[in-house]
Design a protein around this ligand. Structure first.
Ligand code: NAP
Ligand code: G4F
Length: 364
């Protein structure tokens, strides 16, 4: 099976190939990298860094549904990390590049000639940013400059979206947090995201590029990585309910987050790039819940009492915590017409149900 090939007149000039495996089974794909741009005209072209991640997979679906030609950047790996986009593989084009490598980014942008660039790639796990602070800075901070440079050199008329984060607010100086709230990051990840945010603003002001930052609050889904607390809980609940585990070990249960559904948030990214004027937006639900409340809802979804299973474990506490995040999304609502569609309770239910099904299938 081949990814959709986009060469004109049947020309085929891949510079390299890779086989993609899927954890859904032994499905293998040959994907052409650095192929020619689509011959079809009139469709906008999007280039997504981080297309294999949670948000990248939802954004690819969202843009395909709108008729976009969707291209993604993937980094070289000896394993097969493409399970979130396995179902899209015939409809997207993948290009080999790395946030650490300037030349590969310029080549990818030059080959794709995108109308829109969504820079989602990052080392995105806050806990890891304390054990790999330099790498986090390289990926999550300087990677943004490399992506902007690639656009400036190879596609200066494109529109650029930067994945900024509510972690930038950190030890919050006001509640709720809006576009005007000062940043006070509390982790190497948060510090790196502040850099990524300001370099995006700086390139917009210095070079007259169309570049915007979306300051997104936590957004989750059944595709969330297993290390993040919401998915760790939904997966833990499913394993306990299926008799595969007896407890769930977590860190700080008092931290509060503004949790939304990832599918809603990629729509906000797209809306930002359709605006006549480039600007930065806060995206969140405006509601906040504690980790403990997430546990209660998740265990409750399968008629279990969370206190019987959750144990606190020092290993999952952080050197510096972000205690409370809650968005003021007024600007996005009024200027972009964006509103979240999935409630906290529905989000938790969907995540638990998906993990219950996944474990049921695995057990046969
Ligand atoms: P994710 O699931 O962790 O995905 C991260 C993506 O970045 C993966 O596709 C990963 O590729 C790619 N990547 C990492 N290092 C790379 C490199 N050196 N070169 C090329 N690609 C690289 O993250 P997510 O939840 O989808 O989040 C997307 C973006 O939004 C991130 O920048 C994150 O920091 C930011 N953000 C997320 C949230 C949230 O709640 N989800 C909120 C605010 C901001 P591999 O598959 O190869 O690892
Ligand atoms: O799920 P988390 O790891 O997400 P965190 O740190 O809020 O970061 C996520 O959201 C950011 C947006 O605000 C993104 F920029 C970032 O890329 C990422 O997507 O932790 C949430 C809370 C924290 O307060 C943490 O201390 O849950 C607490 N927690 C308690 N026990 C735990 C655990 N977190 C994890 N990952 N694992 C635990 O066992």
């Amino acid at each position: 099976m081949h990814a959709r090939y986009s060469g004109e007149l049947g020309l085929r000039a891949p510079r390299c190939c890779v086989s993609i495996g899927s954890s859904y089974g032994l499905l293998w794909y040959d994907v052409d990298f650095l192929s020619f741009p689509l011959a079809v005209t009139g469709m906008p072209t999007a280039l997504i860094t981080g297309i294999t991640g949670q948000d990248g997979s939802y954004l690819a679906e969202h843009l395909l549904a709108k008729g976009y030609r969707v291209c993604g950047i993937v980094r070289r790996s000896s394993t097969t990390p493409y399970e979130r986009i396995a179902h899209l593989i015939d409809d997207i084009e993948l290009f080999s590049a790395d946030l650490l490598d300037q030349t590969s980014l310029v080549d990818a942008v030059d080959a794709v000639k995108p109308d829109e660039i969504y820079n989602l790639a990052a080392q995105s796990f806050v806990q890891t940013s304390w054990t790999q602070p330099v790498l986090t800075g390289e990926f999550t901070a300087l990677g943004v400059t490399r992506a902007l440079e690639a656009m400036r050199k190879a596609a200066p008329k494109a529109r650029f979206y930067q994945a900024s984060s509510s972690e930038q607010f950190g030890k919050v100086v006001e509640t709720p947090q809006s576009e005007n709230t000062p940043f006070y990051p509390r982790s190497p990840y948060g510090v790196a995201k502040v850099y990524g945010h300001w370099i995006t603003v700086n390139y917009r002001e210095s070079f007259d590029l169309y570049a915007v930052s979306g300051i997104l609050f936590n957004h989750e889904s059944p595709r969330r990585g297993l290390e993040f607390v919401t998915r760790k809980i939904s997966d833990g609940v499913a394993r306990i309910k299926h008799g595969l585990a007896t407890e769930l070990r977590l860190g700080n249960l008092d931290a509060r987050r503004d949790w939304g559904f990832a599918g809603d948030y990629v729509d906000a990214m797209w809306r930002m790039l359709q605006s006549d004027t480039p600007d930065d937006y806060v995206i969140g639900t405006g509601s906040t819940f504690s980790v403990q409340e997430f546990c209660a809802a998740a265990f409750g979804a399968v008629d279990l009492e969370w206190r019987d299973y959750v144990k606190q474990d020092e290993r999952f506490f952080r050197p510096a915590e972000v205690d409370l995040l809650v968005a003021d999304p007024t600007k996005a609502k009024t200027q972009l017409g964006w509103t979240p569609t999935v409630t906290f309770e529905e989000l938790v239910r969907r995540m638990v149900e998906a993990d219950m099904d996944r474990w049921a299938q695995r057990r046969g």
